[in-house]
Design a protein around this ligand. Structure first.
Ligand SMILES: *Cc1c(COP(=O)(O)O)cnc(C)c1O
Length: 472
């Protein structure tokens, strides 16, 4: 596949580079002002290795809504992973990467009619259902569909609960849906659930798998031949988290209830695969120091930092995904810690990233890094108020290049070898032709008024202060 968007290419790092050195190279180049991401492909590959090791019987179908960056989909496809899509557009995006329609599950239990028709047309047959009218819709629009009944079984503690919107009651509703599907002569192939995103209640997987087993038995009694158990999403993905406890519960439960190769087990992990692969770098463009009371007006009691990404951009995850983020100043600080808050760039008072934290004094142009920014950030971000969604710089070390360079849909073409600063600066926001307003022939400027690009200056050259005469 030809790579048309140069920004999507993977920069192969030499042995002395890693995500943090790349962040520093770009941030401290003196040429970068906008916030940007560094995506480490190796982190995604590593997650896949963990998954295969911990959940060997469970085949992952990545939940596209979590992060639908093309490069993420390509990498996951190259690893042979399937995909969970919720809409026609997501299905098309996954198909465009070259994934076979049999590796897609349409896992939205409430689907618009045109999307079902589209699924039928492109051969996406497996789809989840949690209500009677959906069964009738499918009967009409895609009668050969492979129906998966989605039941509700909620984690007691989860970052995002889903049960109030999706999943039928496994005891009171699901049996009825099975009977209706039988009357409609639809093909029910299995059961799915989603315990809630960011699940902190591993035993819930046991309860859910037990419910699924009961419904498998009922389905067999009704004449179906169910063979698919879909254990949904919910697995954590941040640095320092682990899926060990969930994997333990899942493995025991599938041994207990589905100890047969005749049942195919899949899951729909989203955040597990991408959360830690994305690191966001933001810079401080404004600062307000709140001074103390009338007795000591010169003492800063609180610093407010305004950075170039906020809750309308990447940090929408604070509102929609209930995430907590940790700011990491790029420079080592010194002096005493000052109570601080961090704000996004828009003019909305709601646009706050961190509300109260102790930080060393920072200045305009300093950078603040946020790790674990890959899940439920970019696909939701908007350029509200004219602040752009950060660009993504994609990197991988040499071993990943050797592993993936011929793993379709990835090709040699996807990789850029040689970690030169010029390579890494591909796509920086200063230095490209599109950001050169001074070349507009309609505006005539004298030589002195033109900005000159002086990359050898210190990185802080943008912020030259004018000395102010003291007032008498
Ligand atoms: C969002 C979603 C997922 C992914 O959930 P994670 O908690 O990110 O793993 C999986 N399946 C369905 C149906 C979803 O809606």
């Amino acid at each position: 596949m030809k790579v048309t968007n140069l920004d999507e290419r993977i920069h192969v790092l030499d042995g002395s580079s890693n995500v943090m050195t790349v962040v520093k190279d770009i941030a401290l180049s003196g040429l970068q002002e906008e916030a940007f991401y560094v995506l480490d492909i190796g982190d995604i590959v590593n997650k896949h290795q963990i998954w295969k090791e911990k959940l060997p019987r469970v085949q992952p179908y990545y939940a596209v809504k979590c992060n639908d960056s093309l490069i993420v989909l390509e990498v996951l496809a190259s690893l042979g992973i399937g995909f969970d899509c919720a809409s026609k557009t997501e299905i098309n995006k996954v198909l465009s990467v070259g994934v076979d329609s049999s590796k897609i599950i349409f896992a939205n239990p409430a689907k618009p009619a045109s999307h079902i028709r589209h699924a039928a047309a492109v051969g996406v047959d497996t789809m989840t259902v949690d209500n009677e009218s959906e069964l009738h819709k499918i009967k009409k629009l895609h009668p050969a569909a492979k129906v998966v009944i989605r039941i509700r079984c909620d984690a007691e503690v989860a970052q995002c609960q889903l049960g109030m919107k999706f999943g039928c009651d496994p005891i009171y509703e699901a049996p009825n849906l099975l009977r209706i599907a039988r009357m409609l002569d639809l093909d029910v192939i299995g059961v799915s659930f989603h315990v809630g995103s960011g699940c902190q209640d591993p035993p819930v997987f046991h309860r859910a798998i037990r419910h699924a087993k009961i419904l498998f038995d009922l389905a067999i009694d009704l004449g179906f031949k169910p063979y698919l158990l879909d254990i949904g999403g919910g697995y954590p993905g941040n640095k320092g988290t682990s899926i060990d406890k969930i994997a333990d519960v899942v493995n025991k439960a599938i041994d207990e209830y589905f100890d047969t190769d005749a049942v195919h087990i899949i899951a729909e992990p989203g955040r597990f695969y991408v959360a830690s692969a994305f690191t966001l770098a933001t810079s401080i463009h404004s600062k307000r120091s709140v001074r103390g009371d009338e007795n000591c007006p010169n003492v800063t009691t609180h610093n407010m930092y305004y950075i170039n990404d906020g809750v309308y951009g990447s940090f929408n995850c604070l509102l929609y995904d209930h995430q907590h983020v940790t700011p990491l100043p790029l420079k080592d600080g010194c002096g005493k810690m000052i109570p601080s808050s961090i704000w996004g760039p828009t003019c909305d008072g709601l646009d706050q990233v961190v509300d109260n934290i102790l930080l060393h004094e920072m200045e305009l142009g300093d950078w603040i890094i946020f790790e674990d920014m890959g899940a439920y950030t970019l696909p939701v971000a908007s350029p509200f108020n004219g602040f752009p969604v950060p660009k993504v710089h994609v990197v991988a070390d040499e071993s990943i290049w050797l592993l993936l360079k011929d793993a379709l849909p990835l090709t040699e073409d996807h990789f850029v070898i040689g970690n030169t600063p010029a390579n890494l600066r591909l796509g920086l926001d200063i230095g490209g032709t599109d950001i050169d307003p001074w070349s507009n022939p309609a505006i005539q400027l004298s030589q002195a008024e033109m900005l000159t690009d002086s990359p050898n200056d210190s990185p802080t050259f943008i912020y030259d202060y004018v000395e102010i005469e003291p007032l008498n």
